[in-house]
Design a protein around this ligand. Structure first.
Ligand code: AHM
Ligand code: MG
Length: 336
C-alpha cells in the first residue's frame, strides 16, 4: 500500500487476507465508510442544520440521547441493512438487536457499533467519533439472536473508528496492523495517511476522569498518585494529563503519540450495579483490537479485555489501554 491510496483500494487488498472472504467484506466496509461520511458531514454542519441538542429520549443505558445520536444510528442502519452484507446489527442506541426485515438479503457479518461516541461533546464542538466491531455471523442462521453476538473480542475480524475532529479520520484494523485514512472532503474519499501505526511502549501521559478519584479502587489510586508525584516520586519522571471525555479522540491521541487511557471500575459505578462505564462490545473490544494491533495493550485492570466472554450486548467493563509498559504496570498493581 502507498500513502494516498483510497480506503476502497485498501479494503479490496485487506479482503484477500481474510479466509473465505468474497466481495462482501469490501462491500460492508464501504457501507461503513459511507455512513461515516454522512455523519461527518452532519457533525461538521452542526447548528446550521439544527441537529444539536437532546432528542428528548433515553437509550437503554438510561442516558439522554442527543439528536445526533439518534440520527447517526439511523444513518448506520440505512447504510448497512439493505446491501446484503450483514445478518443483524447491534448498537449503543438500540435496546435490542436490529433484525433485518424479512425481504432483505442476509449477509455473513454482524456489526456492533456506537454511532456517535462522546456525544456529550457535540454541543460544545469538541471531537466525537463512531466505533464499530465486525464479527462473523453463524452460517445458515436466518435471524441471528443475542447469543450469536456474545463472542469474545478475539473473534472480531475487523474493527475501527471514525474520528470527527478538525479532520475526519477512519482508523481500521483487519488483524494485520492499524492504518489511518483522512477524509478528503473535495474528493469525497478516505485516503491512507498513516500506515502501520505503533504505540510507543513507554509514555508520560495519562488520561482519566480525575473527578472520580474518591471512588477508585486502591490500585488505580496508587498508580495515579505515583504519576502525580512526578520526578520526586517512585516513578522519577513528570507526567502530563489529558481528558477529552471522548474515547475515540483519546485512543487516537494514544495511537499517534502514546499514552495510557483508563476508565476504571469504581465504587460509584458499582453502587449502580455497573462494572465500569464503557461498553464491552462496541467500545472496549474494538478499541482493544486496534490498540493491540498497534503494539499496545488493553485490560480491564486484571484480564485482557478481548478474552472476556460477554453476557449482554450492553455490558460494561473497566478499561485500561494504551502504551504497553504502563498498562502492564497498572494491571500488575491489581494483582499485588
Ligand atoms: P457515550 O457513549 O455515552 O458517549 O459515553 C462514552 C464516553 C467516552 O467516549 C468517554 O471516554 C467517557 O464516556 C467520558 O465519560 P465522563 O463524562 O464520565 O468523563
Ligand atoms: Mg459510546
Amino acid at each position: 500500500m502507498y500513502i494516498g491510496t483510497t480506503l476502497t483500494n485498501y479494503i479490496i487488498e485487506a479482503q484477500r487476507t481474510i479466509e473465505g472472504a468474497t466481495g462482501e467484506f469490501t462491500g460492508l466496509l464501504n457501507d461503513i465508510a459511507v455512513a461515516c461520511k454522512k455523519i461527518s458531514d452532519l457533525v461538521n454542519k452542526g447548528d446550521l442544520v439544527g441537529i444539536l441538542g437532546t432528542a428528548g429520549s433515553e437509550n437503554v443505558q438510561g442516558e439522554q440521547q442527543k439528536k445526533l445520536d439518534v440520527i447517526s444510528n439511523e444513518i448506520f442502519i440505512e447504510a448497512l441493512a439493505h446491501n446484503g452484507h450483514v445478518a443483524a446489527l447491534a448498537s449503543e442506541e438500540m435496546d435490542e438487536i436490529y433484525h433485518l426485515p424479512a425481504d432483505y438479503v442476509r449477509g455473513k457479518y454482524l456489526v456492533l457499533f456506537d454511532p456517535l461516541d462522546g456525544s456529550s461533546n457535540i454541543d460544545v464542538d469538541v471531537s466525537v467519533g463512531t466505533i464499530f466491531s465486525i464479527l462473523k455471523a453463524p452460517p445458515g442462521v436466518e435471524n441471528p439472536g443475542t447469543e450469536d453476538f456474545l463472542k469474545p473480542g478475539v473473534t472480531q475480524i475487523a474493527a475501527g473508528y471514525c474520528l470527527y475532529g478538525p479532520s475526519t479520520m477512519m482508523v481500521l484494523t483487519t488483524g494485520s496492523g492499524v492504518n489511518m485514512f483522512t477524509l478528503d472532503r473535495d474528493f469525497g474519499e478516505f485516503l491512507l495517511t498513516h500506515e502501520n501505526v505503533t504505540i510507543p511502549e513507554d509514555t508520560q501521559e495519562f488520561a482519566v476522569n480525575a473527578s472520580n478519584m474518591r471512588f477508585w479502587e486502591p490500585p488505580v489510586k496508587r498508580y495515579i498518585d505515583e504519576c502525580l508525584a512526578g520526578k520526586d516520586g517512585v516513578r522519577g519522571k513528570d507526567f502530563n494529563m489529558r481528558w477529552i471525555a471522548s474515547m475515540v479522540a483519546e485512543v487516537h491521541r494514544i495511537l499517534v503519540r502514546g499514552g495510557i487511557f483508563m476508565y476504571p471500575s469504581d465504587s460509584k459505578l458499582k453502587a449502580k450495579g455497573q462494572d465500569g462505564k464503557l461498553r464491552l462490545m462496541y467500545e472496549a473490544n474494538p478499541m482493544s483490537f486496534i490498540v493491540e494491533q498497534a503494539n499496545g495493550m488493553a485490560t480491564n485492570g486484571r484480564e485482557r479485555i478481548m478474552t472476556l466472554t460477554p453476557q449482554d450486548i450492553h455490558q460494561r467493563v473497566a478499561v485500561v489501554l494504551g502504551s504497553k509498559n504502563e498498562v502492564e504496570r497498572l494491571t500488575s498493581y491489581h494483582q499485588a
